[in-house]
Design a protein around this ligand. Sequence first.
Ligand code: BT5
Length: 259
Amino acid sequence: MSREFSTEAFQARLSTRYMGRRFFYYPSISSTQDAAREEAERGAPEGTTVLADQQTAGRGRLGRQWVSPAGANLYFSVVLRPSVEHLRLLVMIWPLAICEAVEEVTDLRARVKWPNDVLIGPRKLAGVLVECNFSNGEVGHAIAGIGVNVNLDVSSHEGIPDTATSILSELGREVAREDVLTAVLGRFERLYDSARRGEPVHLAWKARLDTLGRHVRVRFGERVEEGVAEDAGADGTLILRRPDGSRVEIEAGDVTLRG
Ligand code: BT5
């Protein structure tokens, strides 16, 4: 297991303007999402980041669990205040930022599984959860929660699904969590600022989409669609070509590969 997370080392390396500038660290917490939401409700500025060494009730999408053992990984949540128009960008920019950060810190290649998982090869390295509240049609705040498996030995940890991987498991050596966190926050800030200037960051996301060209089954709500993942829209949707030749556009869902 790796050494303790050092807030001092993290802050010394951080080169962002606003991401992570306001920073809270908890050795153990139920979920960083809840702590970040409380900060947001108290008026915390964009980029406020809550990191925990361990979560006792880490969550994924749709009430799923995010396995969050101590001493090895990154679990953090960031307060953002995007316009409604930019909200969907978050779902693309976070996984892209994580891929770029992994490549900045290691020589591993990371890809995106639609809509927002980060994979190394076929296994899941990181997940992103965006929760938001609206008032009068505007986004009050969006809390982006990111879990990255950094120094966890996935083969020896009970409870971690066998679809998971970590930087340690792929690289064969540990990396400093502070380096991964500063890289992710730095990459995110650059991408988010360019997206808000109107630059087409979805193209870089799309270029990393592992899902395109594959025969997939997508489950969303009560519905299931199957077909070839043909394209992705500028707002992060997935466009499937059904076996009968018709097309369907899906906002978010769970993808399994078929054949
Ligand atoms: C996600 O959900 O991938 C979003 C995960 C977000 C976690 C962060 S950690 C900081 C913040 N605080 C929180 O409480 N949450 C956020 P989803 O796409 O629903 O994926 C969940 C699925 O991933 C689970 O059902 C497992 O199959 C798998 N899984 C759980 N823990 C994992 C882990 N540590 N590594 C890889 N896969 C995992």
